[in-house]
Design a protein around this ligand. Structure first.
Ligand SMILES: NC(=O)c1ccc[n+]([C@@H]2O[C@H](COP(=O)([O-])OP(=O)(O)OC[C@H]3O[C@@H](n4cnc5c(N)ncnc54)[C@H](O)[C@@H]3O)[C@@H](O)[C@H]2O)c1
Length: 319
C-alpha cells in the first residue's frame, strides 16, 4: 500500500517523504511545483506533477498506486500573501482540499494527516496555547486552515475518514538532505542567514511595537526532523484506530525576532544586517505551543528543537 504525500516537493513535505521512505513505506508524492522544484527522492518514492484540485487525475493516481493513506501538505503558505490575495488561498487551500478529499473518499482512503497551522489561533489570550483555545485566525491563510480542519471533521462524520490535523508552529532547520527554501522565501531563519551572508539585502523586521519583551513578534520554532517524526507517529496512530484529533506541534518555547537574529549572529559568527519597519497585516504578536497533547497522544517529544540546534543545522546546510 502507498502513502500519498501532497505538497511533497516542498520544504516540510520532502523531509516527511524521506522519513516515510526510511521507514520502508511506499510513497507517492504529488505536487504542482508552483512553489517548489522537483527534488530527488530515494527508491520507494514515486513523483507526479499534479494539482490536488484535479480530482480526475488524483482519482486515477490513487487507483494506480493503491493509495491507502494521505499526508496532505500541499497549500499556499504566506500570511502576508493571503491578506493581499485571499481568493487564491480560498481556491487553492480550501477548494483544492475539498476536491482531494472527494477523490480520497471515492477510493475509501480513510486516514489523513493534515498540515494545519498555529495561524488558526490568531491572537490567543494566554500562552502557551492549548488545542482547546478559541480559533480566531487573523489572516485568510489561518482561516483556510481552520476551515479545512472543520471539513475533515465533517468527512469523518459522513464517510468515516479519520484524520490528525497537526497545527505546526514555525518549522525551521535542515536535515543532511533538505534545507528550508520557499518560493518566495518569507521565513525568518533562512532570511536571517541570507542577510548575514549577502550584505546587499538587509533583513526586514516587521513590527517593533508588539506587546512582547523586546517589541518584536514571538514564535515557537520546531526543528523539521522533530516535525517529520510526528507525521509518522500520527499515521501509526490512525492505523491503530485512533480517532480524529488536532494536535499542536511546537517546542513549547517562544523566541522573538531579535532573539533569532542574535542566535544566527552567534551561530554564524557574522552580523545580520537588518532594518525595522511596521507590522505586517495578519501577524499575531505571540504564538507559543503547549505540546502536551501531542506528547500524550503520539508519545512525541521534540529532541532537536533548541534555537541553537535549529540555527546550527540551517547554517550548515545553507546555500
Ligand atoms: N513552514 C512552516 O513553518 C509551516 C507552519 C504551519 C503550517 N505549514 C503548512 O505546512 C505545509 C507545507 O509547508 P512548507 O513550509 O513545506 O511549504 P512549501 O511551499 O515549501 O510546500 C508546499 C508545497 O505545496 C505545493 N502546492 C501548493 N499548492 C498545490 C496544489 N494545489 N496542488 C499540488 N501542490 C501544491 C507547492 O508547490 C509546494 O511544493 C503547508 O500546508 C503549510 O501551510 C507550514
Amino acid at each position: 500500500m502507498t502513502v500519498l504525500v501532497t505538497g511533497g516537493a516542498g520544504f516540510i513535505g520532502s523531509v516527511v517523504t524521506d522519513a516515510l521512505a526510511q521507514q520502508g513505506e511506499q510513497v507517492l508524492v504529488v505536487d504542482n511545483l508552483t512553489r517548489s522544484v522537483q527534488p530527488e527522492f530515494c527508491s520507494g518514492v514515486s513523483f507526479e506533477t499534479a494539482d490536488i484540485g484535479d480530482t480526475e487525475r488524483i482519482r486515477q493516481l490513487i487507483a494506480d498506486h493503491g493509495v491507502d493513506a494521505c499526508i496532505h501538505l500541499a497549500g499556499l503558505i504566506s500570511v502576508a500573501e493571503s491578506v493581499q490575495n485571499p481568493g487564491a488561498y480560498i481556491e487553492n487551500n480550501i477548494v483544492g482540499s475539498a476536491r482531494l478529499f472527494e477523490a480520497l473518499t471515492d477510493h475509501r482512503v480513510c486516514h489523513v494527516v493534515f498540515s494545519s497551522s498555529a495561524a488558526v489561533y490568531g491572537n490567543a489570550s494566554s500562552m502557551p496555547i492549548s488545542e482547546d483555545a478559541p480559533l480566531r485566525p487573523t489572516s485568510p491563510y489561518g482561516w483556510t486552515k481552520m476551515v479545512v480542519e472543520q471539513m475533515l471533521s465533517a468527512y469523518d462524520t459522513a464517510n468515516g475518514l479519520r484524520s490528525v490535523s497537526l497545527r505546526y508552529f514555525n518549522a525551521a532547520g535542515a536535515t543532511s538532505r533538505r534545507r528550508e527554501c520557499h518560493e518566495p522565501e518569507t521565513h525568518l531563519v533562512p532570511l536571517a542567514i541570507r542577510a548575514a551572508t549577502n550584505s546587499d539585502a538587509p533583513l526586514q523586521v516587521f513590527g517593533t511595537d508588539y506587546p512582547t519583551r523586546d517589541g518584536t513578534a514571538v514564535r515557537d520554532y520546531i526543528h523539521i526532523s522533530d516535525l517529520a517524526r510526528a507525521h509518522l507517529l500520527a499515521l501509526n496512530y490512525l492505523r491503530d484506530g485512533g480517532d480524529t484529533t488536532v494536535l499542536n506541534l511546537g517546542a513549547g518555547r517562544g523566541h522573538s525576532v531579535l532573539e533569532v537574529i542574535a542566535a544566527v549572529e552567534h551561530g554564524l559568527g557574522r552580523a545580520v544586517p537588518y532594518q525595522t519597519g511596521s507590522r505586517r497585516a495578519g501577524d499575531p504578536a505571540e504564538l507559543i505551543a503547549s505540546p502536551r497533547r501531542a506528547r500524550r497522544v503520539l508519545n512525541w517529544e521534540p529532541s532537536q528543537s533548541s534555537l541553537e540546534e535549529i540555527v546550527a543545522s540551517a547554517a550548515t546546510h545553507a546555500d
